[in-house]
Ligand binder design. Sequence first.
Ligand SMILES: [Zn+2]
Length: 378
Amino acid sequence: MEFRLEHTDGLARAGSIMTHHGLIPTPIFMPVGTQGAVKAVEPRELEEIGARIILGNTYHLYLRPGRDIIERAGGLHGFIGWRRPILTDSGGYQVFSLSDLRGIEEEGVTFKSHLDGSSHTFSPERVVEIQRVLGSDIMMVLDECNPYPCDEAYAFRSHALTLRWAGRCQNRMAQTSPAYGANQSLFAIVQGSTYPAIREQSARALVAMDFEGYAIGGLSVGEPAELMYMMTGLCTAILPASKPRYLMGVGTPENILEAIARGVDMFDCVMPTRNGRNAVLFTRRGKLNMRNAVHTADLGPVDPDCTCYTCRSFSRAYLRHLFKAGEILALQLASIHNLAFYLWLVRSAREAIAERRFAAWKDSLLAALAAEPVISIP
Ligand SMILES: [Zn+2]
């Protein structure tokens, strides 16, 4: 993997990540395909709306369908029919949030599957080995993600453990080879909850270990947005300019713009697909709830400035009808549009950075996004 920083505008950055499976222009949004599928969206549609990289999850894919079948398929790319880059999360977050957690030891984490109650252990070495089999272009270290709020002593111990685990992941990475000949990279994850001193210590220690990229983890877990921005800015000020930076699990269009302004390059979030399935659509003028009666006879597109298949082909009235009638097509069309919106957002940010007008563009878009009141899901 090679990262090239192409333009800066203030702290905002535009660059390119070169991987075996293709080039990723940054800033980038990565659609989430936790179980090897972006919910309700076909890979060919993802390509059409300009998705350059998608996410998979080690915890989910390890439990089901399991490593063997993915290995026999030649890796995740072959198994799921996606030719472009894939990033896999280590599964640490899911172990802590989904499974019946049995213990966090120095060696690793023991848990019972949320699917069938079977017992498993994830060690730092094991998650690297599993991600080798998945064949992901970008792999993540095993980390402990703290809840919010989290007391300072716990956050410190947790950061120290995450740091030792990062070193073990890096060692195993060096001892193993890509399963299918395609180069794989390993990103570290900065933790430290909302404590500036711990965040700083975490970032500095990981930078000294020289990873290929750095994620900022443990944010967007319930803390106020201002605190998220503060922690993000603190981390990006320490992380090297020559490596990509990934803010995990963030967020709203507003969150993404503010994080780009603080020097973040990569994002993932379930928000566009999950909101889409709940009939909430993002537009350049704020969010719409397609179940709202105001759309009953509106034959205009969801977003007149959007060029996605949904907006080119269908009206707000039809989308509302599909949601009211419980048609599966509603979930597909809404997910396509929302992902297209997020990808437009990061593409436009990239153009604005290249033309050194990012701050003005961001301010005008933030004003437009706030213009239409958010209509709550009934
Ligand atoms: Zn659209």
